[in-house]
Ligand binder design. Sequence first.
Ligand code: DP6
Length: 329
Amino acid sequence: MTDLQIEKEFKASARAHANIAVAKYWGKRNSDLNLPLFDSVAFNVEGLYTETTAVWDDDDFRDELIINDWQVPSHVMGRVQRILDSIRKDVGWSKRCVLRSRNNFARSAGLASSASGCAAAALAAASAAGLELSESQLSMLARLGSGSAARSIPAGWTRWYAGSDPDGSDAFAQTIAPPDHWPLHVFVVQISATQKAVSSSEAMMRCEKSPFWQAYLHEASQAADYAQTAILQRDFSALTYAMHHNMMLLHALCMTCDPPVCYVEPKSLELVKRILRACQAVQACCTMDAGANVVVLCEGASYPFVKNDIIALGVPFIQTKIGTGAQRI
Ligand code: DP6
């Protein structure tokens, strides 16, 4: 065996799913550490994921990130860089990391690619470096890249605790119910595959100047408790209220920033209105994160009706279920 072959290889791969918020994270108490103002509640989406391979090699070179064969310019690597810097500090080395990442869905189109991407990067890079982190520690590591990534580490329905510690040591996500707790159908309806014009971070900052910010804070601070109770009790009417109210609050707030942010496209609105009508008669509800795409949840008996309504819209969609947590592959 050559010297090269017996050298330890610092390499690992991981898969993490996108997550969609029922009670949304919007507003930060610390933007360097991505510490939120409130707890948020979300579910992982089995059919939307990122797979990442991390390799640590020579010292003193720049880190690299390649997403679906696109070499990410170093000036936009900032988010992932924070994850890698934190690992370097923990391990006490100065090796560089090469991350090769593949999404099975459009990047930056409001389908939480930064969440699945940063969660997969955190798990792959930490494992490749030989760090044995708990789920909470991994959640906090992923959070450094993108806040919502904290929720793509644990499985199923998750709650991300805002915590109060200035260094963020209590701001991690945990499972509140496993994927099979409530076997809902999930439809991800792709209204737009183009990159959103305004990032979530930028929009959150603008929203703090909205004349409705204080009203938003009041409502949003209660959203996670309400959503968690609805999920634990499998109460579809309460879940519908939680999702619709929280979605409308977020998008109304965005529209009242200066300059305004409007993620909603005509087709998004058309589908949201269809679901608002349908939910009077069937068990269906929907939400939109920071992008034009719409995610619909429904119970088994309502499935044929909801599917026909989505098909009538004439846009691509995927059918999936509540997803698992981040895993080594
Ligand atoms: C609307 O996690 O993308 O999807 O922490 O600045 O990276 P950064 O923001 P990000 O924001 C997600 C916002 C949201 C709501 C949510 O996922 O809770």
